[in-house]
Design a protein around this ligand. Structure first.
Ligand code: URQ
Ligand code: ZN
Ligand code: ZN
Length: 499
């Protein structure tokens, strides 16, 4: 069987740590050479000229919900359309979420998600697993998922009272199990009890529109839960990954915790970096409802610049999307009561351009930073680096030829999502994926997709990744500080309560 080979010439190769003019040769889906003046492997080698363009590792989106059954419906971007949209924007790997119903088997849910995804994905993927309840069975299934199914990350929800929400006690035990297994604990950090009470108050006041969504759960509900989750993880001494950091106050909690030496990572999402929550006050109900997600986009218009600054400084780490999309008719399930609007927004197609436009084109991020926050850090945190997230010999040939001068105006009329609304509608971005290569094959070029349904593979993620480096030593040091005092026994009178 002849080798499939592809050579990218004259581009600027950008990894998170350095960039340089170099050619890249890949054979049968693996990078085999990176250097200057490379020659084709044979006459059959496809050669692409990348003069004036960047050659970057394919984007990694660590947070998607393709075809998620949620709030009485199912997200419309499925694993086919979602991964096509990803490819068109320069993302070549996503980590989606298995979300078992409370009381249901995690393993059975995992198998169900594998069945959905394996049949449809157009690029490689992996799966986090949500832990929506706690029992000996859950503990056992978490162990099987880590040791036999390639899962190294588990998410708990502190919101969604009466459905996916767990208690602090349950979170403590789940985090302890994560530590024992060398699996990263992730959290959706909102105070679910306060959200529940806030929603009741809004409805009592007759506020049923999307504007009630954010007013029911202001940033302090996110910040308080973020601190609580960080505290519980720190008491367990296990690393914590805070998904969809949506506010300045929650971000500041993470910054402060990191200054105190706590092992915590923060994930802003494309929506929070590109738009804000003022849209939920739009007079057009459909427009306003499109921006409803949890935690909410914040009405403070300075939030997106603040979050981008923290990506630049390294206090926030990698950009997800939380892509979980619902069409107008689905969002309209909440037309008379915002608490019934299915929560979720798009992002997986536009993530990379939104970060480039708001990060690189503003001078906040260098091209190396761009690779760091859209690809390599997620690969490191979830322990698949440098297989993914880097252009070097031996890495997977998931590569994007990035055109920093190409422009487009984002629109639902032209996007590849299944959803009928785009939260970035009308935003002009400069910096696009000109060519996307997956497993050494061109799957996107000059606006045309050429994907193969189901060609992507599930990528198992080993436990005990770099996020656990030094954790055991921390235990040793902490335990040395816990010393009992040798003292003479108390011999005075003792109160006896009346029975
Ligand atoms: O909470 C999540 O991350 C899932 C259910 C998607 N929906 C959302 O609004 N974020
Ligand atoms: Zn969430
Ligand atoms: Zn999510």
């Amino acid at each position: 069987m002849t080798n499939t080979s592809l050579l990218i010439k004259n581009g600027t190769v950008v990894n998170e740590d350095r960039q340089s003019l170099a050619d890249v040769l890949m054979v049968d889906g693996i990078i085999t050479q990176v250097g200057t003046n490379l020659s084709p492997l044979s006459n059959d080698t496809t050669v692409i000229d990348a003069t004036g363009k960047f050659v970057i590792p394919g984007g990694i989106d660590p947070h998607t919900h393709f075809q998620l059954p949620f709030m009485g419906t199912v997200a419309v971007d499925d694993f086919d359309i979602g991964t096509k949209a990803a490819i068109s924007g320069g993302t070549t790997f996503v980590i989606d979420f298995v979300i078992p119903l409370k009381g249901h088997s995690l393993l059975e849910a995992y198998d169900q998600w594998r069945g959905w995804a394996d049949a449809k994905v157009n690029h490689d993927y992996s799966l986090h697993v949500a832990v929506t309840w706690w029992s000996e069975q859950v503990a056992k299934e978490m162990e099987i998922l880590v040791k036999e199914r390639g899962v190294n990350s588990f998410k708990v929800f502190m919101a969604y009272k009466n459905s996916m929400m767990v208690t602090d006690e349950e979170m403590f035990h789940i985090f302890k199990k994560c530590k024992e297994l060398g699996a990263l604990a992730q959290v959706h950090a909102e105070n679910g009890d306060l959200v529940f009470e806030g929603q009741k108050k809004m409805l009592e006041l007759g506020i049923t529109g999307p504007e009630g969504h954010e007013m029911a759960r202001p940033e302090e509900c996110e910040a308080e839960a973020t601190l609580r989750a960080i505290t519980i993880a720190n008491r367990v001494n296990t690393p914590l990954y805070v998904v969809h950091v949506m506010s300045k106050s929650a971000a500041n909690v993470i910054v402060q915790a990191r200054k105190e030496g706590k092992r915590v990572y923060g994930e802003p999402i494309a929506a929070g970096l590109g738009v804000d929550g003022t849209h939920m006050w739009n007079c057009d109900w459909r427009h306003a409802a499109a921006f409803v997600m949890g935690p909410p986009l914040r009405p403070d218009p300075t939030t997106k610049g603040f979050l981008m600054d923290l990506l630049a400084s390294g206090d926030l780490h990698c950009v997800g999307t939380d892509n979980c999309t619902f069409c107008a008719n689905q969002k309209a399930m909440g037309k008379d009561d915002f608490t019934k609007i299915p929560n979720g927004v798009n992002g997986v197609e536009d993530r990379m351009s939104i970060v480039w436009e708001n990060g690189v084109n503003t001078g906040k991020l260098t091209p190396c930073d761009f690779v760091r926050v859209t690809s390599s850090t997620a690969a490191k945190i979830f322990n698949i680096y440098p297989k993914k997230g880097r252009i070097e010999v031996g890495s997977d040939a998931d590569i994007v030829i990035w055109d920093p001068q190409a422009e487009k105006t984002i629109s639902a009329k032209t996007h590849h999502h299944a959803v009928d609304f785009n939260i970035f509608e009308g935003i002009k971005v400069r910096g696009l994926a000109a060519t996307t290569i997956v497993a050494g094959k061109v799957v996107w070029n000059n606006g045309t997709l050429s994907t193969t349904l189901g060609s992507g593979r599930f990528v198992p993620r080993p436990s005990h990744g770099c996020v656990f480096d030094g954790i055991n030593k921390r235990d040793e040091v902490r335990n040395e500080l816990l010393r009992k005092v040798d003292r003479q026994p108390y011999t005075g009178p003792v109160f006896v309560p009346k029975s």
